[in-house]
Design a protein around this ligand. Structure first.
Ligand code: SR1
Ligand code: MG
Length: 407
């Protein structure tokens, strides 16, 4: 029977499974800490207090509502969706997702590898850490997870059989509202830096802009292009010098590929804007921004070459046209720009913000960084149909300036 764990019952839970206690070295002094991380779930770390090898596991358990925003009621079934996608991702990108030691369908939880030798990417970027393999890893992850779950690889019946396993209506509706609707209208969920009022009001009053966002919302709702992670921001990526792990795929469903690619590139662009504050020294700032731009370029170029490679050798022969491949990739780039833009704007105008910007206490400094991020997003959104290469996304970033302070 389902019940939400606490620090005591989480230890009892682990103790009741010999395979889990074995992972922890059969310690008889198991301890638990509630990590209270993320917006949605319970997350506990269980470890042996006197284990010289410091072994630990994570328990991620779904609640019937969001942990941080309890007014959002969310089905417990998301723990299964997360488990099933992690299995698929591990098949196509071995080593790039945490191992799941136990999926418990009654308790709606997964016991997983504790990535305690990794840091959440967002926090690494806030400290100007450079990750030499990040771009290669993420470009490859995106190419393979998206290609192998698309109609380019799966047969038509295989794809149709997979789609209903990942029908995720409540979490999709959260994204429809929080990414594509609320940030662009006056909505009680929204919060924003009040110094930015003129820019925020101009965005809300721009019907051309809103129409472009709503076209993307229709894509999000109607285009079952591939099985996407659907919340692939830099808080869903964990890194160290040599490894990159993608976590938290509970929002997964069959949606547009550009939503995942745009999430990665858009969040790197948010980091670029936030360096206005985090990298105080101008030389450090410009050097790190250059690295972020190179990372954006390499994520895309790696994605494109791996996607073309697997399509060439493992495509299902239903798409016999070389010209289609070029058209498909350009369309993906333009979708990436559009979805990336929406993902950036929601973090400044909507309900759930990101630490890159929210941690900036000084209102003026935060307004400057956020205004720059909004202008990058506007350039991506409004010019996306003219974009023909990743250089166009990069020029839009380096050519943008904050509108704040307004003159
Ligand atoms: C109510 S959930 C708010 C946000 O947290 C998740 O990480 C998703 O990004 C969602 O939109
Ligand atoms: Mg998440």
């Amino acid at each position: 029977m389902y019940f939400p764990l606490d620090e005591r019952t989480a230890v009892d839970y682990v103790r009741s499974f010999p395979d889990l206690t074995e992972i922890l070295g059969n310690s008889d002094d198991l301890e638990c800490v509630d990590l209270a991380e993320g917006n949605i779930n319970l997350i506990f770390r269980v470890y042996g207090e006197s284990d010289p090898s410091n072994r630990s596991v994570l328990i991620k358990q779904a609640l019937p509502h969001s942990r941080r925003y309890p007014e959002f009621k969310i089905p417990l079934d998301r723990a299964r969706i997360e488990y099933e996608l992690l299995q698929l991702e591990a098949r196509y990108c071995p080593g790039m997702v945490p191992r799941v030691y136990r999926h418990d369908p009654e308790m709606h939880l997964n016991v997983m590898e504790d990535l305690n030798r990794h840091l959440v990417l967002r926090y690494g970027l806030m400290k100007q850490i450079r990750y030499p393999f990040l771009a290669k890893h993420m470009g490859t992850f995106l190419a393979r997870t998206l290609f192998y779950t698309s109609d380019l690889y799966l047969s038509s019946p295989e794809k149709k059989a997979l789609v209903p396993r990942f029908i995720n209506p409540v979490l999709c509706k959260i994204s429809e509202d929080l990414v594509f609707t609320e940030p662009f209208i006056g909505h009680p969920n929204n919060r924003w830096t009040r110094l930015l009022d003129p820019q925020v009001i101009a965005i809300r009053n721009n019907d051309q802009l809103r129409s472009r966002v709503l076209v993307l919302k229709l894509e999000f709702m109607c285009n079952a292009q591939a099985l996407i992670h659907s919340d692939l921001h830099t808080g869903s990526i964990m890194v160290n010098e040599g490894e990159t792990k993608v976590i938290d795929p509970e929002f997964a469903y069959f949606g547009p590929m550009g939503y995942d690619i745009g999430a990665v590139l858009g969040n790197l662009a948010l980091s670029y804007a936030s360096q206005e504050y985090h990298a105080r020294d101008p030389q450090v700032r410009s050097g790190y921004r250059q690295w972020l731009l190179e990372t954006i370029r390499e994520v895309w170029t790696t994605f494109e070459s791996e996607f073309r490679r697997v399509w060439e050798i493992e495509g299902n022969n239903q798409w016999p046209s070389a010209a289609l491949r070029d058209k498909y990739l350009i369309r993906l780039l333009q979708d990436t720009a559009g979805f990336g833009a929406c993902k950036m704007m929601r973090r400044i105008l909507g309900l759930a913000h990101v630490p890159d910007l929210d941690s900036i206490e000084d209102d003026h400094a935060r307004a400057t960084a956020e205004s720059l991020a909004l202008n990058i997003a506007l350039a991506w959104l409004m010019d996306r149909h003219e974009m023909g290469s990743v250089d166009d996304l990069i020029s839009a970033i380096s050519g943008s300036k904050p509108s704040y302070p307004f003159v």
